[in-house]
Design a protein around this ligand. Structure first.
Ligand SMILES: [Ca+2]
Length: 195
């Protein structure tokens, strides 16, 4: 076995993600409250970065977290951040951005410490247009509440979102208080762009 094969094998067997692996993407946005955000230490394959395309103060007010997802099992994704002041931030559930495809990801059983979330398990039903209660649809307006038996990680409902079809909820944060958000995530599918 040559060195290249050995490296490929070790990457495959260690579970390290390839760049092409689809990811769940969670954004924390404080553009309205103008609070600077700082990502906490993340692990388990989660990466954090300023949201792309932002500069100046906006780059400090927007965080992006990604974690590889597979269709065969639910995986916990844990993200951490701290805001510099009291106020509201927006939590957005989405899928990885791809120019040529739509990455659809299931989310369920979201729990938060250091702040509060409403209907994080999606069991509290749907509101107008089939959107999960307490959540707001952004972008394509087509995030889906899924109630198929066997799909939700817990209870009877979960949601399915993508980069262009996201769900958001405002969360109240306190200065210097680290917020930890644990989300159960699973890949639905990588579909044709816009589908
Ligand atoms: Ca649920």
């Amino acid at each position: 076995m040559n060195v290249f094969c050995a490296i490929v094998l070790s990457v495959l067997t260690s579970g390290v993600a390839f760049a092409a692996d689809p990811t769940a993407r969670v954004d924390i946005n404080a553009t309205d409250s103008k609070l600077a955000l700082k990502a906490g230490t993340v692990e388990g394959g989660v990466t954090s970065a300023p949201s792309p395309g932002q500069s100046g103060d906006a780059a400090k007010q927007n965080l992006m977290f990604n974690m590889p997802v597979t269709a065969d099992k639910w995986t916990p994704m844990v993200i951490k951040f701290t805001a510099e002041g009291d106020g509201k931030v927006s939590l957005s559930l989405r899928g990885q951005y791809r120019k040529d495809a739509e990455v659809w990801v299931y989310y369920d059983a979201i729990t938060v410490t250091g702040a509060e979330i409403k209907n994080g398990d999606f069991e509290d039903g749907t509101a107008d247009k089939g959107i999960a209660k307490e959540w707001t649809a952004k972008g394509g307006q087509h995030p889906v509440v899924v109630k198929d038996d066997g799909v939700p990680q817990a209870g009877k409902a979960c949601v399915k979102v993508s980069h262009g079809n996201r769900l958001a909820q405002e969360i109240t944060v306190k200065a210097g208080q680290e917020v930890t958000i644990t989300l159960q995530v699973k890949l639905d599918k990588v579909a044709e762009a816009g589908k």
